[in-house]
Write a protein that binds this ligand. Structure first.
Ligand SMILES: *[C@@H]1O[C@H](CO)[C@@H](O)[C@H](O)[C@H]1NC(C)=O
Ligand SMILES: *[C@@H]1O[C@H](CO)[C@@H](O)[C@H](O)[C@H]1NC(C)=O
Length: 247
């Protein structure tokens, strides 16, 4: 039996808006990045930066992060029942690292269809290259029906905002704007479907490199048991990350 999770990104592009006096923004990953397997692997690696598992019940395989249709990245969780990791699933992370430079910023825009079932834990997130934290969860779904937006200064100093994720079988737009706030800290505006949901602050994040991860973890923070086989009919997807250069 297979369980499917599709994470479809018709395009992923990230804009570096420079700063308030920037002349022009740069696209860091073009919208064509999920047009084919070769474009995916031009910009992304399979798995996590540190390996193929992370805080959950899935082990990540290349076969479960696929371009099912042009422009669409599919993350597909397959129940295997293995005693150590009961699901095979998919994860990718960007080959390039992302840093909010002094006076600068980063924009991340994505459209998602994401599962909110108990035991399914898709996420689109930034994780410190040199240490944890920092962590910024641009979007995370922890099996509750909600979407979560989170910023970690430390394991105990966390800002977290959960809101209902409507119609999870339809696309929703997620966007995060990171900006140098004061030369040290970074402000993060989190948007869902074009509306600002919350603003959080990451202490000391200016100049700190981040990894960008798109994963479909199972169980862990999304509860257990996760769905097995035919109990898991959904095909969640994530789609469309744009760059919006500012003049
Ligand atoms: C999910 O992965 C399984 C096992 O690799 C594969 O047989 C199946 O076709 C995949 N489904 C999708 C929708 O990619
Ligand atoms: C992190 O630290 C900064 C600087 O002290 C503070 O402004 C911010 O609110 C903190 N953020 C979180 C998530 O605790």
């Amino acid at each position: 039996m297979h369980s499917y999770i599709l994470a479809a990104l018709p395009g992923l592009a990230l804009a570096l808006p420079g700063h308030h006096i920037a002349k022009r923004d740069s696209t860091l990953i073009p919208t064509s990045c999920f047009d084919s397997t070769s474009s995916l692997t031009e910009y992304f690696e399979y798995g996590y930066p540190w390996g193929d598992t992370h805080n959950g019940a899935a082990i990540m395989k290349e076969s479960n992060a696929v371009i099912s249709t042009a422009g669409t990245l599919t993350l597909n969780a397959t129940y295997t029942g293995a005693s150590d990791y009961a699901w095979d699933s998919g994860t990718v992370y960007a080959k390039q690292q992302f840093t909010v430079e002094a006076g600068g910023g980063l924009d991340f825009s994505v459209d998602f269809i994401a599962t909110v079932d108990k035991g399914t834990w898709p996420a689109f997130w930034l994780n410190g290259v040199n240490s944890w934290p920092p962590e910024i969860d641009i979007a995370e779904w922890k099996g509750s029906g909600d979407i979560s937006f989170n910023t970690f200064n430390s394991s105990s100093e966390v800002e977290a905002k959960d809101v209902e994720y409507p119609s999870p079988t339809e696309f929703h737009a997620v966007k995060a704007e990171l900006r140098d706030e004061n030369g040290a800290d970074v402000s993060v505006n989190f948007y869902l479907d074009g509306s600002l949901v919350t603003t959080q602050y990451a202490g000391g994040l200016v100049g700190e490199p981040l990894n960008l991860i798109i994963d479909l973890q199972m169980e862990g923070s999304s509860g257990s048991p996760g769905p097995e086989g035919s109990k898991f009919p959904h095909r969640p997807r994530c789609s469309g990350v744009f760059s919006k250069p500012r003049q």
